[in-house]
Design a protein around this ligand. Structure first.
Ligand code: SAH
Length: 352
């Protein structure tokens, strides 16, 4: 496809916010550095129109690395006997929040493996304790697939938002990344339940995961359009040495940035993080993500001693400007590209 036809597709996406599967596939396949530059300019303008030059921050608390699942790509999968397991107590989590609030965080993201120890009762108790101790802060959960009743209980306990990446829309591709009984269908069902309950819902996918095709990414975009989530998290797949995908190739920054730009055009007022994985594959990955249309970063607020144990992929960054306590460094880095870190809950404008 010529540069001109690629640019015409980008314009069509901006104007109509909808492309056919074939158009998505062509657009993704035909990208060049030149068309990517064009896309990023459009994406930046749209993002500034909705969210100005604000960068929202979320304090990420990785509270357990126990997991019942065995996702082929993930370093904390059940079968990885070499992962050193930990779980944080309610007191430890609350003290992370207190520290985070002090630093300027108004959103806490509790992320973990699917750990049966955190029953609805225990997790609801943690959520409601955070809710009453930090009434001006948003609580985001990211603890995988649970029943609708469980999501409802956690919502009633005070959780506002939920992050659950769909990982890949296509059922066959999904099965090549996850063992049975995990399925794309069930994962997506969870997302619809979360939305119905009233959570500000985030989904997303890995870029460059093994076996992924441009058609798979096209399907991911069409799914995003139909779910119409409040947040979308994407990042490059990065191999972890103790998983079945140890020898697979990592996704690229180049394709991740291009997908970020496309998502900004598709869902103009969505919250779009420049993810840790992007910051891991390139030293300036986070800044490049912001310049491609992202508007959120999620520094690590977990206690220092567990950070290295939440190793989803090799070399995952958790110190430097990635760490919550280095917020000043992050602020400077954002200022150097013309953006400013804000102290606010940073709710999504994509609400319906
Ligand atoms: N158990 C929770 C949290 C998963 S970890 C859940 O099921 O949602 C958060 C995200 O990290 C995952 O959704 C996945 O997209 C990403 N991730 C896991 N392993 C990865 C890898 N090897 N490379 C890149 N991203 C990875």
């Amino acid at each position: 496809m010529s540069t001109n036809s690629t640019i015409r597709l980008i314009d069509k996406l901006e104007q109509t916010r909808s492309l056919t599967r074939e158009e998505w596939t062509d657009l993704i396949r035909s990208r060049t550095p030149e068309t990517a530059e064009y896309l990023f300019k459009r994406a930046e303008e749209i993002r500034i129109r909705h969210y100005a030059r604000d960068v929202y921050i979320r304090g990420l608390i990785e509270f357990t690395n126990y997991c019942r699942n065995d996702c082929f790509y993930c370093g904390i999968r059940k079968s990885n006997a070499r992962a050193e397991r930990y779980r944080l107590t309610k007191e430890q989590i609350l003290s992370c929040c207190a520290h985070g609030r002090e630093l300027g965080f108004r959103t806490f993201v509790l992320q973990g493996g699917e750990d049966g120890w955190y029953t609805d009762e225990r997790l609801s108790d943690i959520v409601s304790s955070i809710r009453s101790a930090f009434p001006d802060c948003a609580i985001t959960l990211s603890v995988g697939e649970r029943s609708r009743e469980s999501y409802q209980k956690l919502y009633d306990a005070g959780a506002d938002r939920y992050l659950l990446r769909h990982e890949t829309y296509d059922g066959l591709h999904y099965r090549r990344l996850h063992p049975a009984p995990l399925s794309a269908e069930h994962r997506q069902k969870c997302l619809w339940n979360l939305k119905e309950i009233g959570y500000q819902t985030g989904t997303g996918f890995m870029v460059g995961s093994p076996f992924q095709t441009a058609e798979n990414l096209a399907d991911d975009m069409i799914f995003l359009k139909s779910l119409d989530p409040q947040m979308v998290g994407i990042g490059p797949f990065i191999p972890h040495h103790d998983t079945p995908f140890a020898a697979e190739e990592a996704g690229t920054m180049e394709l991740t940035l291009f997908m970020l730009g496309l998502i900004r055009l598709l869902l103009p007022n969505v919250l779009l993080p420049s993810t840790t994985a992007l910051g891991t594959i390139a030293p300036d990955g986070r800044e490049r993500g912001i310049l491609a249309g992202a508007n959120v970063v999620m520094p690590n607020l977990s206690p220092q001693e567990v950070r290295e144990k939440y190793l989803l992929y090799d070399n995952k960054i958790c110190t430097g400007s990635e760490a919550a306590e280095s917020l000043n460094d992050l602020k400077k880095r954002m200022e150097s590209i013309g953006y400013q870190v804000t102290v606010s809950r940073g709710d999504s404008l994509n609400i319906n």
